[in-house]
Design a protein around this ligand. Structure first.
Ligand code: GLN
Length: 455
């Protein structure tokens, strides 16, 4: 049924970069056989899963939205993909994304944009717009994404779906094509909080292939979601609202939905507390130094030799000539911009001034969160300052686009978990609005409990 749905609507939505109905059906039959043989499979066995193209898979190509990896086939599955297969989930296709996960609209994909199922002239958010759109358009019930600065939560908000960024290190990054290793986190998305929690439970856990993977006994997120269903579970929950996240450019309809949700929380007996986080103001600036720095280093491996594309300059050339011709042709403009910013920020004379300062700001933001979580259990904010914007809206000033990430970036800088869930639509355009919840590191289950009550 999902393959039929993809065939019917994906021409208009373009959520998928690759599907292989033969491979998906064969995987489904194999799960049936495992079940027939008496294997104990979990609740998600046989359920189709869309996989962001940043995650490598053996059965379909993995491009990370870039021409430089066109047609690339990984010899191994990302750990999260292997775990999903072991639980009996079926890979139904690889989803579109901004090139190397750099962007907020999925318009930086080298393979063309994804369109928002709510309004085809709008973006689905990014960088994981393909996964969010696939789930929103009922092309897949579940999807995996990656969140470095909001790429699971923001597309969830813009497409009326649920998306979670786990605690940093909670879910393995092995086989997730790296963007910025100290910020990257793989996570689940779905149409309901419980479905998201069920997928979270499948992929969470220690992985010796990822040196930052946490060895922690995680409670069941699904149990927390089921436990939270009764809105009475909100009684006594202390909810922080950060002064600095009431962004000046916030759309009126987004603010209205958020305020209404806060009022509902109070009505259910939650205690709403205003939080001052003075360093959040510098989060975007710090992020856009740390991310390009780490990205410039991670992307150095696309050297025309080891992976994907190789372009020979006319009349042959030196090794350096081949590399620069390949990288010149294979990377899109946003990727080039960030490589240049990153190598500049890391260069000998500037390292302390830029990268070093950004790391200090990061610590101050972590302290703001620590002080806040002394007073509250969760922090709530709108996930994004606006609803989905028009496809093809070109912002001459990339800074303006970067500033839209101000609500989601702090959680990545601090390594804490965040979740976005739909809270209705904005009155001016009828498009979905998302609520973001954040909790201290390791308290992912708290998010599912609260989100499930709010849902
Ligand atoms: N919009 C952010 C960026 O462009 C988020 C990226 C991400 O989470 N992968 O960097």
């Amino acid at each position: 049924a999902h393959l039929d749905r993809i065939a019917a609507v994906d021409g208009a939505i373009h959520a998928f970069l690759a599907t292989d109905s033969e491979a998906s059906l064969a995987a489904a039959r194999a799960v049936d056989e495992r079940r027939a043989a008496g294997e104990e499979l979990g609740e998600l066995a046989g359920v189709p899963l869309a996989i962001k193209d940043v995650l490598v898979t053996t059965d379909m190509p993995s491009t990370s939205g870039s021409k430089i990896l066109e047609g690339y086939r990984s010899p191994f599955d990302a750990t999260v993909v292997a775990k999903a297969r072991a639980a009996g989930l079926i890979n139904i296709g690889k989803t579109n994304m901004d090139e190397f996960a750099m962007g907020s609209a999925t318009e930086n994909s080298a393979y063309g944009p994804t369109f928002n199922p709510w309004a085809l002239d709008r973006v689905p958010g990014g960088s994981g717009g393909g996964s969010a759109a696939a789930v929103s358009a009922f092309e897949a019930p579940l999807a995996l994404g990656s969140d470095t600065g909001g790429s699971i939560r923001q597309p969830a908000a813009l497409t009326g779906t649920v998306g979670a960024k786990p605690t940093y290190g909670g879910v393995s990054r092995y086989g997730a094509i790296a963007l910025a290793s100290s910020l990257d986190q793989v996570g689940p998305c779905a149409r309901t909080v419980l479905d998201t929690a069920l997928l979270h439970d499948v992929v969470v856990g220690h992985d010796r292939h990822d040196s930052t993977s946490l060895n922690h006994a995680w409670p069941s997120m699904a149990a927390a979601a089921r436990d939270g269903v009764d809105p009475a579970s909100l009684k006594g929950l202390r909810v922080g609202v950060v002064k600095q996240l009431a962004l000046p450019g916030m759309q009126a309809g987004v603010k209205a939905r958020f305020d209404e949700t806060v009022a509902l929380l109070t009505a259910q007996g939650a205690e709403v507390v205003e939080i001052d986080a003075p360093h959040f103001e510098y989060a975007v600036a710090a992020y856009y130094l740390i991310l390009p720095s780490e990205a410039s280093s991670n992307l150095a491996k696309y050297d025309s030799v080891r992976f994907g594309l190789r372009v020979e300059p006319e009349g042959g050339g030196t090794i350096e000539g081949v590399m620069s011709a390949t990288r010149g042709a294979g990377f899109g403009p946003e990727v080039k911009r960030r490589i240049i910013l990153g190598t500049y920020a890391l260069s000998a004379g500037y390292y302390d001034a830029y990268y070093g300062s950004a790391q200090k700001v990061r610590t101050l933001i972590q302290r703001d969160f620590a002080a806040a979580f002394d007073k509250v259990d969760v922090i709530a904010s709108p996930t994004a300052p606006t609803t989905a914007w028009n496809i093809g809206h070109v912002n001459e000033d990339p800074m303006q686009d970067y500033l839209n990430d101000a609500t989601t970036i702090p959680a990545n800088l601090a390594g804490i978990p965040g979740l976005s869930l739909p809270i209705g639509t904005a009155s001016e355009d009828g498009l979905p609005v998302g609520l973001q919840l954040m909790a201290p590191a390791f308290a992912d289950a708290r998010l599912y409990r609260a989100a499930s009550a709010i849902e």
